[in-house]
Ligand binder design. Structure first.
Ligand code: IMP
Length: 269
């Protein structure tokens, strides 16, 4: 396998939100009232996030699904905690693509009770002709912590939460599901760590890719698939936190100074 951190040739269908984009006023959206005063603006409304995740799922399905009788599974790795909402939405869309490509062997017998008779006549699903299918395996890991608005600086990360990483990853296609790539250090360190497991392939899908401008160049690691390219602002909501707060905020928002001050901490989360 080549160097999984070498992503220079990646092309993306991501929606690019430019630096001069004027985000939406929070007053135009339904937000939980207990968070409204901490939000400067809404950057990406929930509906747009979900629509784009649906499209990302199609891209991923097209890349990995096969017509084989026993298609190889894709291991989806949820990087906890912040990716949980993105992971759930993406996993569901991938699951729907698989069910859409399957048909019933026979309609349920009219009036027959639904009981376990080996699937005969009760609508067991089989693939439609030429169906491209992608079984999914799900793993959940933790790799880092984030304090206030400073990104991690370590070059190494520890993977927590897997009983047997070899069993989970060896000889498999692995897709890391991340909420946001900021400096990209966490992801690069994670990919380096995973290299020891002899995977068939490893790629990264990130809901957001933050555009960090340094001098004249954009300085971050690019994921293989991503939903949106966003300006260098600290964002909260849709699972993403600021010191553990705001994960249950529905839209992706830009936090304001009051929110930053309210929940600032010196303790690692
Ligand atoms: P990186 O190592 O700098 O790429 O940091 C990646 C991690 O930092 C993400 O998985 C997030 O948990 C966290 N992070 C980075 N930027 C933001 C942000 O704007 N809001 C919330 N969390 C962020």
């Amino acid at each position: 396998m080549g160097d999984p951190t070498d992503l220079k040739s990646v092309k993306s269908s991501a929606i690019v939100i430019p630096d001069d984009f004027r985000p939406y006023p929070p007053g135009s959206f339904c937000l939980p009232s207990f968070y409204a005063k901490d939000v400067e603006s809404v950057l990406i409304p929930e509906g747009l996030l979900r629509d784009r995740i649906k499209a990302l799922a199609r891209e991923i399905h097209a890349k990995y699904a096969s017509t084989d009788e026993e298609p190889a599974p894709l291991v989806l790795v949820c990087v906890l905690k912040s990716s949980f909402k993105f992971f759930c939405a993406l996993q569901l869309e991938l699951e729907l693509l698989n069910t859409e490509q399957s048909q019933l062997i026979a309609p349920p017998v009219s009036g027959a009770p639904y009981h376990n008779n080996g699937g005969q006549g009760n609508g067991t699903a089989i693939p439609s002709a030429g169906a491209r299918l992608l079984p999914l395996l799900c793993e959940f890991i933790r790799v880092k912590s984030y304090v206030n608005t400073n990104s991690a600086t370590e070059n190494e990360v520890k993977i927590q939460g897997l009983a047997d990483p070899v069993e989970a990853f060896a000889q498999k296609d692995v897709l890391i599901v991340e909420d946001i790539i900021d400096s990209g250090r966490t992801m690069q360190a994670l990919l380096r760590n995973l290299q020891q497991y002899n995977m068939k392939s490893v790629r990264v899908v990130s809901m957001l890719w933050k555009r960090l401008i340094q001098g004249n160049s954009v300085s971050s690691f690019r994921p293989h698939f991503h939903g949106f390219e966003i300006p260098d602002r600290f964002v909260i909501g849709f699972g993403m936190d600021y010191n553990e707060r705001y994960r249950d905020l529905n839209h992706l928002c830009i936090i304001n100074a009051a929110g930053i001050a309210r929940y600032a901490t010196n303790q690692p989360s």
